[in-house]
Design a protein around this ligand. Sequence first.
Ligand code: ADP
Length: 503
Amino acid sequence: MKDQNEILLENEKAFKSLFEHATISILVTDENGDINLVNPNAEKLFGYTKEELSGKPIELLIPENLREIHRQHRQHYFQAPKARPMGLGKDLFARDKNGRTFPVEISLGYYKLGAQKMAVAFITDVSERKKAEAILRASEETTRLIMNSALDAIICIDSNGCITVWNPQAEQIFGWKEEEVKGRRLSETIVPQQHREAHEAGLKRYLNTREQSVLNKLIEITALHRNGKEFPIELTIIPMRQNDTDFFCAFIRDITDRREAEVRQKEYAEDLKRKNIELEQFAYVASHDLQEPLRTVSGFVELLKRHYKHEADENVTKYINYITDASDRMRRLVQDLLDYSRLGRERILEPIDCNQVVQQVLSDLTMAVQESHAVINIDMLPTISGYATEMKQLFQNLISNSLKFRKPGEPPVINISVMPKDDHWQFKISDNGIGIDEKYWERIFIIFQRLHTKNEYEGTGIGLAHCKKIAELHNGRIWVDSVVGEGSTFYFTIKKRFTDKWK
Ligand code: ADP
């Protein structure tokens, strides 16, 4: 059996070892606030040796501005000392030998040493924890900001399908306030009746098998507003897992306006297509029917000419010639109109080697090329899918215009090139001709619009209207860029793969 003294001695040894090895910093002061004992952890924390601290007032380890208030607290503590945390609810700070101030948590205890009351402070440096808390607070604040300012409704549900997150945009789209829906089943709030079973089954399936058929994808579906109205939405559901708990976040956008716009646009496009077909038919019928009376006029003028060959005076001959010229010109216009309305009709799509097309066009234009001493540079061109006759006409019109509208006394230089632009080919035909004033850049593509009289340059003003219609037939467009006196560059695009208008 150990005697009382032995037990006391062993206890003292044990406490001493605890004091020496404790991972918390321990300081003992007397009633005057003078430091009596310092454990190694406290030496490390404050950067002083125990000899440097021994007998010094505890306020040495407190930031200067807090020393006076600490002194008062300390005196107050000794009036009724008891074990308790220090400065409850307040932030406490300590100061080390280098003057660094850092946040601490302190527990106080006390004991008696003879007649003396001694206070024990257990001190923990909480700098790292405070930093982590600040980072966490900042990230929570950022998340809250993102949620509140997101354009999408953000809704999260737990693995039971109950709503846990409902941002302001969700409130706006669905009409429910956060406090009204939080904790309620999603399927009973915004999922329309006909989708409820699938929603519940999908949730169960994912939790059992992790099958993700509708997750992480953009889906278009309908949702239910608080007022019972169903409306189209676009949503992505992302499965998440945190601390072994599954939950799901959905990002939702109301697409009612977009859908309505799509319907309007479709109606508009169909209307436009119908009107275009009507117009083409009208142009076709009109130009076709105009040919008959025109032929009659020309025929009778011919008769008149022959009949009065010897009798007609100078004026009559002049007037008859005017009528002949005018009816010839009208016949050409009517024929152009007829050709225009026939463009692309009942043609079939076929592969077209544009290099061959350009060569054919140049061979047809040999005379004009030679006469004008034109220099024509052609890049390697692609094989496209298109309407052969129309494509030839397109190149023919643009190249012959470049030859026709050349600067007097200067041989034309024409460059033909192409580059891919997304799902189109962009062709470019440039010349060094007379150029076109910017104010006419749109007008020249309108049927029968010309910038010159027929005496200056031959033509009816239909060529570029043809080009425009042909580019559009190939799901492309045409435009011009030009500097007066320097030249013009015509661009047109052809869709690489397009659906045949007539199929
Ligand atoms: P046309 O050649 O029968 O006049 P187009 O429709 O082909 O009819 O051209 C319309 C007008 O555009 C022309 O009258 C001309 O003023 C202008 N134009 C067309 N191509 C060129 C060009 N390469 N250089 C300058 N002007 C041009």
